[in-house]
Design a protein around this ligand. Structure first.
Ligand code: FE
Length: 216
């Protein structure tokens, strides 16, 4: 165990919550407690196995598409961008007619000509699932988590992102209460693109900071 509470189950142990996908991992104290609690809640009719399965389904069905819509809108609507940077969830909920609620703080990190942001969770795998869905496997890897904070430029280079010497690289380490979303820079030559076309440029990794949007 570590001191890294997850208030939204936003971590890579969600699969432990259902017996269907139980692994061969040793039964830890936390897992025994979780299983006992889940069975008790089911038994008492507080929350059913079906409701738990439904929530897992909802979580697993999320994709980076919502994040891409948010970024594309921020690129084309300066007023929205200001509100997004100031109060991300409020701006997103208002403009996309959503009701995302979470005790977590969402912070949007804007890439500029001078600063490139990249996001990690050094302790486990905290990730802005409300916007990007399931984190990629490499995001949870020990290699990425340990190296990106020490040598971000080298790691980014391995992802194919080469930054100039003048560019400052800022690594943001997710905590128990904060999730980060990178707002990538809009590439030049996209002035006449539609929102749909812009969204297509905004891949998952561009919102983690391990890629930059490029024109095909
Ligand atoms: Fe984490």
């Amino acid at each position: 165990m570590h001191n890294h509470d997850h208030h939204d189950h936003d971590h890579d142990h969600d699969h432990d919550h259902t017996p269907i996908t139980e692994t061969d991992e040793p039964l830890t104290e936390a897992r025994v407690l979780e299983q006992a609690l889940r069975e008790l809640l089911d038994e008492k009719g507080v929350i059913t196995a079906a409701q738990i399965a439904r929530q897992i389904d909802i979580q697993d069905s999320k994709t980076p598409a919502l994040g891409a819509k948010v970024v594309a809108k921020a690129w084309t609507d300066p007023q929205f961008k200001q509100r997004l940077l100031k109060d991300p969830l409020k701006a997103i909920n208002e403009d996309f007619g959503l009701q995302i609620s979470t005790p977590l703080e969402l912070v949007v990190l804007e890439n500029t000509a001078d600063v490139h942001n990249v996001v990690v969770c050094t302790l486990c795998s905290c990730y802005p699932r409300m916007l990007l869905g399931i984190p990629p496997a490499w995001y949870k890897s020990t290699d990425y988590r340990s190296r990106v904070v020490v040598e971000p430029r080298a790691v980014l280079k391995e992802f194919g992102v080469e930054l100039s010497e003048q560019m400052q690289v800022r690594v943001s380490d997710s905590t128990a209460d904060i999730r980060y979303l990178v707002l990538p820079m809009r590439p030049p030559g996209t002035e006449n693109m539609t929102l749909d076309e812009l969204e297509a440029l905004v891949t998952r990794d561009t919102m983690i900071g391990t890629a930059v949007p490029v024109l095909e």
